[in-house]
Design a protein around this ligand. Structure first.
Ligand code: FAD
Ligand code: UDP
Length: 400
């Protein structure tokens, strides 16, 4: 398959981490500087270069493109995700078609098991989960719904991440699957987090054990980094890696800026820091063929320090005598991975957003710059819309 071809090519020739490329004959000024080579920055760069005819400089302080979706071959030749498991899923045909210009796909439907009461059971909670945990034989959706209804504790006004789950499955299943995991992942109780966080995970009464139910579910056949290389491979695009915006901003003249880093950092934390949650990733290669039955196993038990373990061969279809896995340990300090959805944080973001709206020559886009807990497809959709509105056919002329 494609992944094998990619691996062969990578083994014999090109490194998957792009070196910093700086053409000898570079323009004296760029139309647009783009900060961040993740989904937000790469989509903006691709549209601006190929559709708007702009000369674009993309910079990233990391030594690679693809942002948090960056994947690479490890020492065992296995494709791993440097910043944790990235599973592509979307209901948007537009987003899927757009990305399909830059990659072929490997069909993949994500399945996750949770270790609860010493067993591995499906999460999202479904009929199989209930039957396994309680030694039951519920056979219909109605029976499973009745089981849950008998335990669910109605909440008049569902506001928090605890309310969402307790009102759907009751206190016991909430504690088994959600309380510990959430307390570890976010460093706070689900009752302190917006409902949108645990609402990402549905409850099912059928036996569908897929993590997502989106129309399009697939992995880029040669990995995310390869897809980004194709998006950014345009004569109008220069790329500068390992360079922070602070260093680049004065050195490379540009008419406009697209910023996809943390919005509070852009404004020098004028109103204080926006809270982000971080993770520490521990990557390991084991001298055995398989480690676990599915790509991701969740560990809701608060006594276990990690939240989940990912085994990549399930995602890639690679074959090997070895297997590579990643443990995720939540952390307060480190790279900003997750905006933390809470009313007070949203209020602080709104103050920064007001500053952003006043900057006529700067466009803020992406998960960090718009402080939204967005999946990859949502960031692609946001970037496409932002390009259309700011630079495309829908753009208003700039007032000088
Ligand atoms: P990023 O990918 O964070 O890119 C921003 C880039 O800007 C970074 O590379 C950063 O180095 C650079 N940058 C920031 N500030 C500066 C500066 N001052 N100077 C220079 N460069 C700068 N989504 C899914 O759809 N499915 C998943 O399964 C999934 N799993 C995830 C798992 C984890 C652990 C995490 C953290 C996220 C996951 N996501 C998933 C979400 C996904 O990673 C994001 O939606 C997406 O990567 C956001 O793209 P972005 O361009 O907005 O931000
Ligand atoms: N969650 C949980 N137990 C699980 C899975 C998820 O408590 O087994 C909660 C947890 O708060 C998590 C949120 O639901 O942060 C969203 O889960 P998702 O898998 O979407 O997280 P992500 O992949 O974005 O880290």
């Amino acid at each position: 398959g494609l992944i094998e071809a990619a691996l062969l090519a990578a083994e014999h020739a090109q490194p998957i981490v792009s070196p910093t490329v700086w053409p000898a004959e570079r323009p004296s000024a760029y139309d647009v500087m783009i900060v961040g080579a993740g989904f937000a920055g790469a989509v903006m760069a691709e549209r601006l270069a190929s559709q708007s005819g702009k000369r674009v400089l993309v910079i990233d302080r990391r030594p690679h493109i693809a942002g948090n979706a960056f994947d690479r071959l490890d020492d065992a030749g296995l494709l791993i995700h440097q910043y944790g498991p990235h599973i592509f899923h979307t209901n948007s045909k537009d987003v899927f078609d757009y990305l399909s210009q830059f990659t072929a796909w490997r069909p993949y439907e994500h399945r996750v098991l949770a270790q609860v009461d010493g067993q591995l059971v499906p999460i999202p909670i479904n009929r199989t989960t209930i039957n396994r945990l309680y030694g039951l034989d519920l056979r219909t959706e109605q029976e499973a719904a009745a089981f849950l209804a008998a335990r669910a504790e109605p909440v008049a006004d569902i506001r928090t991440s605890a309310d969402v789950v307790v009102s759907a499955v009751g206190q016991e299943l909430y504690e088994k699957f959600f309380r510990g995991y959430t307390r570890k992942q976010w460093g706070m109780d689900p009752s302190e987090l917006d409902k949108s966080v645990t609402a990402r995970v549905p409850t099912r009464t059928n036996d569908d054990d897929r993590y997502f139910s989106d129309t399009f579910q697939a992995m880029p056949a040669e990995g995310y980094t390869r897809m980004f290389e194709r998006m950014l491979d345009h004569p109008n695009i220069d790329i500068l890696l390992g360079v922070d915006y602070r260093e680049a901003r004065g050195a490379y003249p540009h008419d406009r800026l697209v910023f996809s880093g943390p919005i509070d950092e852009y404004f020098d934390y004028r109103y204080g820091r926006l809270p982000y949650r971080s993770l520490r990733f521990e990557h390991r290669t084991l001298a055995q063929e398989w480690h676990q039955p599915v790509a991701v196993v969740n560990y809701p038990d608060e006594a276990v320090p990690h939240t989940r373990v990912t085994e990549y061969k399930h995602l890639t279809g690679q074959e090997s005598e070895h297997t590579s896995i990643t443990y995720e340990f939540p952390a307060a300090e480190g790279d900003p991975y997750y905006p933390i959805p809470r009313a007070e944080n949203q209020a602080l973001f709104k103050r920064y957003e007001a500053l952003a709206l006043a900057q006529t020559d700067v466009t803020f886009v992406g998960r960090l710059a718009t402080y939204r807990y967005y999946n990859m497809d949502q960031v692609v959709g946001q970037a496409l819309a932002t390009w259309r509105k700011t630079f495309g056919a829908d753009a208003k002329p700039r007032s000088e």
